[in-house]
Design a protein around this ligand. Structure first.
Ligand SMILES: NC(=O)c1ccc[n+]([C@@H]2O[C@H](COP(=O)([O-])OP(=O)(O)OC[C@H]3O[C@@H](n4cnc5c(N)ncnc54)[C@H](OP(=O)(O)O)[C@@H]3O)[C@@H](O)[C@H]2O)c1
Length: 302
């Protein structure tokens, strides 16, 4: 388990191997202020299950106080479980696909009257199926509202405070889907391409500041994602998946090491991400189609 050293800037972390992981940006001297006596504070969206819950768990293990959020009541069970790791876990239920939900979450963050050391913009949903002939417009627009709009909205509200303090870390849960056209999951992959591009641009804009921005790019991961996306009857939905705890740990380590991005998951996922760098978009779209096409799609009705 790593721990923030009480006498150091929150940008310095001691790992369990005893080494000092210096991730302070070049030219930035560690600053002493009253916050250093406090435990660091992290906000995690979509923390009731899957990757978000595991991210919150890693952060709790690493000594962070938490504000976790999700839409449904399961967030209270997540809070109880995380409370066994850290005393200070607050939770709040908000529908982040609505502008008001994001605003209320931000008000809750402000009510804490403490700086956000880590922001994990993780809440997201998928939606499988044929865009032109199957997908229902309200569902795909809701996906965009959550995956894209709420991510930008909350990021904007929180990053302004980070800029004022010249410190903070932001982790975006993107996806390897961001690197390929997502036939039969078209709007989802496009939403993650947006998140990926946005994260990398923001990182560049903030390169001379004390703020770090990292993109976590999981491959297929064993969470509630595919069931919710109605993709259980697809090869990708039925296929092998990575452990969300492993993915979250990789995201946390990359965040602390100020990495631009990290592919989350095992060897197969990493190989897929490497292949995606060189394959033409048309080939990637065809490969994605094979993985995401629902069973029976394109076959004659009996
Ligand atoms: N699983 C994968 O294969 C995979 C791969 C790459 C990237 N990702 C990304 O990883 C992130 C987490 O997904 P996951 O795989 O861990 O799936 P998950 O288990 O379904 O978790 C999704 C989380 O987002 C929350 N959420 C959904 N709709 C929301 C809304 N309208 N307002 C607020 N919170 C909402 C859920 O809370 P409620 O239950 O309360 O709705 C839940 O906590 C997503 O951004 C996803 O795109 C997943």
């Amino acid at each position: 388990m790593s721990q923030h050293h009480p006498a150091s800037s929150s940008s310095f972390v001691f790992s369990n191997r005893g080494e000092l992981r210096a991730t302070e940006k070049l030219g930035k001297a560690p600053r002493m202020n009253h916050q250093q006596q406090q435990r660091p504070f992290a906000v995690v969206t979509g923390a009731s299950s899957g990757i978000g819950f595991e991210l919150a768990k890693v952060l709790a293990e690493e000594g962070y106080d938490l504000l976790i959020t999700a839409e449904d009541e399961e967030i209270a069970a997540a809070q109880r479980e995380l409370n066994q790791l850290t005393a200070s876990v607050e939770c709040t239920r908000e529908d982040l696909s609505s502008e008001q939900g994001v605003q209320r979450l931000y008000e809750r963050i402000q009510a804490n009257a403490r700086p956000v050391d880590v922001l994990c913009l993780n809440a997201g949903i998928g939606h499988g199926g044929d865009f032109a002939r199957e997908n229902e417009l309200p569902k795909v627009l809701r996906l965009i509202d959550l995956n894209v709009r709420s991510t930008v909205h909350l990021c904007k509200l929180v990053v302004e405070g980070m800029v004022a303090r010249d410190e903070g870390r932001i982790l975006f849960t993107s996806s390897i889907a961001s690197t390929m056209p997502g036939s039969f999951q078209a709007v989802y992959n496009a939403s993650k391409s947006f998140v990926q591009s946005f994260a990398l641009a923001l990182r560049n804009e903030l390169k001379d500041t004390g703020i770090t921005v990292t993109s976590l790019m999981p491959g297929p991961t064993e969470t509630e994602f595919f069931e919710r996306a109605e993709m259980e009857d697809t090869p990708i939905g039925e296929g092998p998946k990575d452990d969300p705890a492993v993915v979250a740990r990789q995201g946390y380590e990359a965040l602390m090491d100020d990495k631009e991005k990290v592919v989350g998951g095992g060897v197969k996922t990493k190989a897929q991400a490497t292949a995606a760098k060189v394959l033409p978009d048309g080939v990637k779209a065809a490969m994605h189609r094979k993985q995401a096409e629902p069973a029976g799609a394109g076959k004659e009705e009996e």
